[in-house]
Design a protein around this ligand. Structure first.
Ligand code: HEC
Ligand code: HEC
Ligand code: HEC
Length: 451
């Protein structure tokens, strides 16, 4: 081939590639998982009947948690979501015809949830978790639609986005979706555990598993925080529930074996999700929002279903919950008789006694309505010390839990304790009650301090 012909061939390939990219950008490869039957509007009667189910689904998916600012009006949007490329805002989903979704037809609404496409064909950004919400059944999507039509319409304009989001980049989401939103099946696509376990398709346990899978993998969008992301900020489904850092805290590994190792049972995990308080600790950070606004609002049986699903490993039931050895050790010895011989750890024990024991108890046993136990607490029993150190540095603001449970606020110790002291404290407490090795250095703590 002459170099002239080579160049022509190269140009042809480039042109073809460019056309292909243009086709993707224009959405030629997008398909919809919304059936034609939803083009038909719902009758007023149907809508009325669907209301209670719609209210439950809105709680299960925490629509209002994302679509309302903490003190702001319900569902009027405006929650800022920071990304490396700029700030996005959630939008007004009240039935206001101008600023909200008052003009959404039933089908428009289904496409927003199930395809990630807003009314008028605009691609939504995946900060709207359609990658998970698409699992919501058409019946439940109808219920949500009916319910959202009944909340007060508010003429609150949407906040402008910043960064790359001011550019016409919505078309680029077609590339993103091609790579990150390939699976469109419902929960039937999930690997159910084999016979004998709760997911074998027989009996009450199986019904719980299936319901739990639907809520956890669909509306609950738990993977949005608990599954690591790939470099495109898409969910890395091959590392499902292995844990990820989100907003500076770790959304921990919540695979069945890990939860069982931390001592969770269906009963205590149900309690954690339903009330935010369990023997494994309280919910805080992003998880507090989940327990407070979403899982505490669900029917008890639905929450039990979620716990059943989460504690079911690929091989049927998860291993029986393990007693935390270190916790047992603390119970026998107590903190006062168990002075470590390593100077750093001995210093850590003294920090604990002077700064923490007043609320968390001398033996880390916790004090009812004051503070949770450190013994058996999952935040200490986590091989990653991030949450422990962050909580000690920054504290946790006063939180209200279900069943009128209130505790003190967890104070932050950034001012009182040096990096070295917090490292010693972490090493001692995580060793004492979490069975973790003493591998935290002052440098690690320093890096986590708010600058
Ligand atoms: C994790 C946060 C989050 C959750 C949970 C969430 N949304 Fe959204 N939603 C967003 C964001 C952010 C946008 C704006 C995306 C954009 O601008 O592309 C959005 C956009 C939308 C839109 C498009 C509105 C428009 O601009 O036309 C609809 C409809 C919607 N959400 C409905 C819901 C419903 C119903 C639920 C609950 C089932 C829900 N959302 C749950 C974050 C969320
Ligand atoms: C004034 C009482 C008080 C003191 C002092 C205190 N804590 Fe806490 N701590 C709490 C409360 C209350 C919570 C739970 C807050 C919530 O979730 O709303 C908590 C939560 C925690 C958590 C998160 C685990 C969980 O289940 O929520 C850790 C870790 C923790 N404390 C460690 C410490 C350490 C280490 C010290 C000493 C440096 C300390 N605390 C001092 C009251 C206290
Ligand atoms: C907004 C992000 C976010 C979402 C969404 C989220 N979580 Fe979490 N989750 C966290 C963070 C952060 C923590 C760590 C703080 C704590 O323990 O409360 C956590 C902790 C947990 C824990 C305790 C784990 C441990 O080691 O003790 C469980 C169990 C859990 N989440 C389950 C769920 C389930 C089930 C869902 C879906 C219904 C969910 N999470 C949704 C952020 C999230």
């Amino acid at each position: 081939m002459t170099s002239h012909r080579m160049r022509r061939a190269l140009w042809a390939v480039l042109l073809l590639l460019a056309l292909l990219m243009l086709a993707v950008y224009l959405g030629f490869f997008r398909s919809s998982s919304v059936g034609a039957d939803v083009e038909q509007p719902l009758s007023v009667d149907d809508m009325r009947q669907l209301l209670p189910r719609g209210r439950e689904m809105a709680a299960a998916a925490d629509c209002f948690g994302c679509h309302s600012t903490p003190q702001g009006p319900l569902a009027a949007g405006g929650v800022a979501i920071g990304t490396p490329f700029g700030t996005l805002h959630s939008t007004n989903i009240t039935p206001d015809p101008v600023h909200g979704i008052g003009r959404y037809t039933r089908a428009d609404f289904h496409r927003a949830l199930r395809d990630g496409v807003a009314r008028g064909g605009r691609n939504l950004y995946p900060a709207m978790p359609y990658v998970f919400l698409h699992r919501i059944t058409p019946g439940d999507a109808d219920a949500l639609y009916a319910y959202l039509q009944t909340i007060p319409p508010l003429a609150v304009p949407n906040q402008p986005n910043t960064g790359v989001y001011v550019l016409p980049v919505r078309g680029a989401m077609n590339f993103w979706n091609l790579l990150n939103f390939p699976k469109r099946e419902g929960i039937e696509g999930l690997a159910a555990p084999p016979a004998g376990g709760p997911g074998d398709g027989v009996g009450e346990q199986s019904a719980l598993w299936t319901r739990g899978a639907y809520l956890v993998e669909g509306a609950g969008h738990c993977a949005a925080c608990h599954t690591p992301m790939n470099f495109m900020m898409g969910t890395n489904f091959s590392r499902h529930f292995e844990g990820a850092v989100i907003d500076g805290l770790q959304a921990p590994d919540i695979r069945a074996a890990t939860l069982a190792r931390q001592g969770y049972t269906v009963d205590t995990l149900t309690r954690f999700l339903r009330t935010g308080v369990s023997p494994q600790g309280t919910s805080f950070g992003g998880m507090y929002t989940v327990t407070h606004a979403s899982t505490s609002e669900l029917k008890a049986q639905d929450v039990q279903a979620m716990a059943t699903y989460l504690l079911t490993g690929a091989d049927g039931w998860a291993a029986a919950p393990a007693a935390v050895d270190a916790g047992a050790r603390a119970k026998e010895g107590g903190v006062n008789t168990d002075t470590p011989t390593t100077p750093g750890l001995a210093a850590g024990r003294l920090q604990y006694i002077s700064a923490c024991a007043g609320c968390h108890g001398m033996a880390g046993e916790g004090i009812p309505h004051v503070a949770p136990a450190m013994q058996g607490n999952a935040a200490l029993n986590n091989s990653d010390a991030l949450n422990f150190i962050k909580v000690v540095l920054e504290g946790i603001p006063t939180q209200a839990f279900a069943d009128n449970e209130r505790m003190y606020a967890m104070p932050g110790f950034a001012e009182q304790l040096s990096d070295e002291q917090i490292a010693q404290l972490s090493n001692w407490a995580r060793g004492q009650w979490g069975g973790q090795s003493a591998d935290i250095s002052a440098k690690t703590v320093g890096r986590l301090r708010k600058k």
